[in-house]
Design a protein around this ligand. Structure first.
Ligand code: ZN
Length: 152
C-alpha cells in the first residue's frame, strides 16, 4: 500500500499498545482544567519566571524547577503539532473509518493537548493546520468534554 504524503510526513507501519504506558497526572492542574471544561473553557498554569503556559498545569515549572500557580485561560483554537492516523484497532484489525489522533498546541499554551480531528479527510491533515475544539453538548468536567477538533 502506498499513500501520497507531504514532504515532511513519514509513514511508519507498526502497532503501539498504549495500555502499557503509565502517565503521572498531577491532580491539581487536571482538576483546574476539568472544572474549566464544564464551562467550555480551558485553563492552565503559567510560570512567572519563564512565562511558559502549561495545559494541564503542573504545580512546578519543568524548565525553572520552581513552584507555579498562576492560572491562565487559553483559547479552544490552535494548531496541529503532530498527528497519527489510526487505521487499525489495538489488535491490528483494520477499522472502517480512519481516525486522526493529534497533539494540538492551543493558542496561548506552550504545551500540546491530545485530541482527535474530524471533518476532514486524513490525507489533508497537515502539521501546523489550524483547528478548533468542538465541545460536547453537556460538558461534565472531563477531558472528553472536547468531543473532537475540526479544521478552523
Ligand atoms: Zn519557568
Amino acid at each position: 500500500m502506498a499513500f501520497e504524503m507531504g514532504p515532511e510526513t513519514r509513514q511508519v507501519q507498526g502497532t503501539w499498545d498504549v495500555t502499557t504506558y503509565r502517565y503521572k497526572i498531577e491532580g491539581k492542574g487536571m482538576k483546574l482544567l476539568c472544572d474549566a471544561m464544564k464551562e467550555k473553557k480551558i485553563r492552565g498554569i503559567r510560570c512567572n519566571e519563564c512565562r511558559t503556559v502549561y495545559v494541564p498545569g503542573p504545580t512546578f515549572c519543568r524548565k525553572c524547577h520552581i513552584d507555579i500557580d498562576e492560572v491562565v485561560e487559553v483559547k479552544d483554537t490552535g494548531e496541529v503539532g503532530t498527528f497519527a492516523v489510526l487505521m487499525a484497532d489495538m489488535r491490528g484489525n483494520p477499522v472502517d473509518t480512519e481516525r486522526v489522533s493529534a497533539q494540538i498546541k492551543l493558542d496561548g499554551a506552550d504545551t500540546w493537548l491530545g485530541g482527535t480531528i474530524e471533518g476532514i479527510d486524513w490525507h489533508d491533515v497537515k502539521i501546523g493546520m489550524r483547528v478548533k475544539a468542538v465541545w460536547a453538548d453537556n460538558p461534565e468536567g472531563k477531558l472528553s468534554d472536547i468531543d473532537h477538533f475540526e479544521p478552523a
